[in-house]
Design a protein around this ligand. Structure first.
Ligand SMILES: [Zn+2]
Length: 840
């Protein structure tokens, strides 16, 4: 349609509906959508424009903002009648899901289906927000009668950009390097994004791994909205490599067993409707491959485990695609192609949902009725045992349940269940402070997926980790029981009160809230001490790592000292124990050499080109957003420019660390350690230090294959199995029990074990004379998740966490990622031990 003709149609339609100001995105932006990248502020501008000029069928809501201050938007589009009744529709939908607080009955008849389309979660998969502009226009365009028909029984929710910071990082970069004409050659610089890339959010987090954990600002704000709506359909828009065509539902195996037959069937119905339009246009696609439904924190699985049909759609071209790129087939793939494909599946998905709206509502109702009446899975109740040492761990677990709308309460009586720690069926008695989570609740599927001790994996080729049972993630004692135990009243959140002292305080080293309080005191310049050994004073017992706060060395604070200390403790809701003397009944007195001064460490971290952006982001986010403690980020290529006298602790995320092979910079590094510098090496950085001969050695394979002789034909691989042949040698993330020497400061605050998420096959030899083997795997320590059979032999009798003294300094080796996606809660304290306690 020519522009003149389009304009006249608009004018006519405008006169009829009173939307004379409503513009197409092409007219609003002044260019054809898909012909270039649209920065986020213009996307937001257009959605605002539509909401203002088609207000009878569109409602716009800003639900939050990003770390960099960009608005997060939801747009609701439906018939005028539905938009007038939007709040009633939402409430009724929650009643269908048994999630409304009121007791009014849910109305099934004629309840519209809710289709939620989420665009651009990965910032450099940029075509999808352009497709969002096309989609909203197709829905509101007065000349488009087809979409108006769909909107009669469908509410479409559009999130035009889940990750605006990442998108703009990509778009602003791309626009700054593209020439007058785009260059489709893949090796041209416009196809080579600089570090850290636009995929992730401000803190380099992958928001499509964060739906359940909600460690990130964007996810937290979005899922509050999501849980108030609970759509029947959710699509998460992505892009894949430039040589891939398009992927849509049905998804690949493995499917988690909680996924219902209807959810599986309807994926096929949606896929077939998408295929119809792709076939008409001769566009290629694939289904049932690569993108599985298992790990619960994706934009497809999370909605699926919340009763929706959750799907990922993938267009080829993200990141390297630029505005146009030559693929291996010699075709030029343009941004316009990519956006048009996403636009096509957007409309096809709305269409098929509208055609099946009443079926979707019926099945949705049934899903949630089944959930509350029978519960999903063999276990009917999960019990978390109260333990004062785990107060902070339990509090943060409850916070996670709250964020996901999972109900829980207190309980009484007794039962029998699987003990997560011993791995055995055992009897338990409920006592005060225990938490009961019933499987008979609306979000029963989420409860099962998050708590089940072992997930059933029908196919081991998954895209992600295979184990995340929350008792291991949080380090709490728990049971999974087949008994039905009713959850009583929700336990009230306790607020501590901290009494005055005249002599000093002890603060047990129990978790992150304690670390935050300690960090707050250290930042104020308060000198703390920590006890290397357990002690008893004034009739109270304290464990290793307990923080002792005295007037000594803090005299400059005068009478303000205790006020500041109490404020730090109150702010973080941690209990201070007043003491009246440094003369202990058991253990070492406060003046002993076994009680160490704890000074505020000045922390730096390597970042930039050559460092894993995700890992560096996890550390950065942890310091800034979780413990609120300063960290200086240094580009690793600038290591020669840093003033090393001002740095006490250096965190090294995974990276290639080429400087270790260059004498001058390696010398700076060694000298700094010898003078007292403390290195905290994470994951891949341990390997880099090992290769540079820093004293930790990888465990060699004892070639299991040869011993029994029956694997002589191993070299004969079958061609059609080529993608699966690597599986016996991998672990896609499984849980191992690590035995801890908790007399070492690296393991303070832990029992003598820790459950680690093992993401790779890396394990080290026990360190001989000059190192401390703090965390080791012995035999048969695998607890949950999938481990290839070749690896099972390898992952035993080796070292994961170690401290090596070196001159006046030390290196802490943390082979597994303790801050993985910032969700493995129980690892964080060990990381803090490495930063704050080790080597002090
Ligand atoms: Zn993606």
């Amino acid at each position: 349609m020519g522009r003149k003709l389009l304009l006249s149609v608009l004018l006519v339609a405008g006169c009829v509906s009173g939307w004379s100001q409503l513009k197409s995105p092409d007219d609003f932006l002044g260019y054809k959508v898909g012909s270039r990248y649209t920065p986020h502020w213009k996307i937001a501008g257009y959605f605002n424009h539509v909401a203002a000029n088609a207000s009878s069928i569109v409602k716009l809501q800003q639900y939050g903002q990003t770390n960099e201050g960009r608005p997060l938007l939801l747009t609701f589009v439906s018939s005028a009648e539905n938009i007038r009744n939007l709040e009633q529709i939402r409430m009724n939908n929650l009643r269908l899901a048994n999630l409304a607080r009121d007791r009014a009955a849910a109305i099934e008849e004629n309840a519209p289906a809710i289709v939620w389309l989420s665009y651009n979660v990965h910032g450099n998969e940029t075509s999808s927000s352009e497709a969002a502009l096309m989609t909203i226009w197709a829905l509101v365009d007065p000349s488009n009668a087809r979409t108006k028909e769909w909107l009669k029984n469908t509410v479409v929710v559009i999130d035009p950009c889940i990750n605006p910071d990442g998108r703009d990082r990509y778009v602003n970069w791309f626009n700054s390097v593209v020439g007058k004409n785009t260059d489709p050659k893949i090796y041209a610089r416009e196809h080579r994004e600089p570090w850290p890339g636009g995929r992730t959010n401000h803190y380099n987090f992958d928001l499509n791994r964060d739906w359940a954990w909600q460690t990130q600002l964007e996810s937290r704000q979005r899922i509050v909205q999501y849980n108030q709506w609970m759509p029947q359909i959710h699509v998460d828009y992505h892009e894949q490599g430039i040589n891939q065509p398009y992927y849509f539902a049905p998804a690949a195996q493995p499917y988690h067993e909680v996924i219902t037959p209807f959810q599986r069937e309807f994926q096929v119905a949606i896929g077939k409707n998408n295929a119809k339009y792709f076939d008409q246009n001769g566009w290629l696609y694939f289904t049932k491959e690569i993108f599985d439904l298992f790990y619960p924190s994706y934009g497809d699985t999370y909605p699926t485990y919340n009763g929706a049909i959750g799907m990922t759609y993938e267009q080829g071209g993200g990141g390297a695609g630029g505005a146009a790129v030559l693929n291996d087939e010699g075709d030029t793939l343009t941004l316009m192609d990519r956006a048009t494909h996403h636009f096509t599946t957007s409309l096809a998905t709305i269409e098929v949902s509208s055609q099946n709206a009443s079926k979707l509502i019926k099945e949705f109702r049934k899903y949630f009725n089944d959930a509350v009446s029978a519960g999903i899975g063999e276990y009917k109740t999960y019990v978390v045992k109260n333990n004062p040492k785990n107060n902070e761990r339990i509090a943060s677990l409850l916070e996670l349940l709250d964020k996901n709308g999972i109900q829980y309460g207190s309980g009484s009586g007794a039962g029998k269940g699987f003990n997560y720690h011993t791995g055995k069926e055992e009897a338990f008695t409920l006592s005060s402070g225990d938490i009961v989570i019933s499987a008979l609740q609306p979000r029963s599927a989420m409860v099962k997926v998050l708590f089940e001790p072992k997930s059933k994996l029908v196919d081991s080729a998954t895209y992600d980790i295979t184990a995340w049972a929350l008792p291991y993630v949080y380090g709490v004692d728990a049971y999974a029981s087949r008994d039905r135990i009713n959850a009583g009243a929700t336990p009230a959140k306790t607020k501590v009160t901290n009494d005055n002292t005249s002599y000093g305080y002890v603060l047990p080293w129990n978790g992150l809230q304690t670390v935050k309080a300690v960090g707050q005191m250290l930042k104020k310049g308060i000198l703390l001490r920590y006890a290397e050994q357990p002690f008893e004073v004034n009739g109270q017992k304290f464990d290793r790592g307990s923080i002792i706060i005295l007037r000594t060395a803090n005299t400059s604070f005068g009478n303000n000292l205790w006020t500041e200390v109490r404020k730090a403790a109150d702010d973080n809701n941690v209990q201070l124990y007043p003491v009246t003397t440094g003369f202990v009944d058991k253990g070492y007195d406060f003046g002993s050499g076994r009680v160490h001064p704890l000074k505020a460490p000045r922390v730096a971290m390597f970042t930039g080109e050559g460092i894993s952006a995700n890992d560096a982001g996890e550390v950065w986010h942890f310091f800034e957003q979780q413990i609120d403690y300063p960290v200086t980020l240094i580009n690793v290529n600038d290591m020669g420019r840093a003033n090393w006298n001002e740095i006490d602790v250096l965190v090294m995320p995974t990276g290639n660390y080429r400087f270790l092979n260059e004498k001058s910079s390696a010398d700076i590094f060694r000298d700094w350690i010898n003078k007292g510098g403390r290195v905290v090496a994470l994951e891949g950085a341990v390997g880099a230090l090992s290769r540079a001969d820093f004293g930790i050695k990888p465990k060699k394979d004892d070639d299991g294959d040869k011993k029994d002789g029956k694997d002589d034909y191993n070299a004969l691989r079958v061609f059609e199995n080529r993608e699966r042949d690597y599986i016996p040698g991998t672990t896609p993330g499984s849980i191992y029990k690590v035995e801890l020497d908790n007399s070492h400061p690296l393991a303070f605050g832990y029992p003598n074990y820790y459950y680690t998420l093992k993401l790779d096959d890396v394990i080290y030899d026990f360190m001989k004379d000059r190192g401390w083997n703090v965390g080791v795997i012995k035999k048969d320590n695998q607890v949950a998740g999938f481990v290839g059979n070749k690896l099972k032999d390898r992952l035993k009798d080796g070292l994961l966490f170690a401290v090596q003294p070196m001159g006046n300094g030390s290196i802490t080796y943390l082979t597994d990622n303790l801050l993985f996606r910032n969700f493995w809660e129980n690892g964080k304290l060990m990381f803090c031990n490495a930063v704050f306690l080790v080597g002090q």
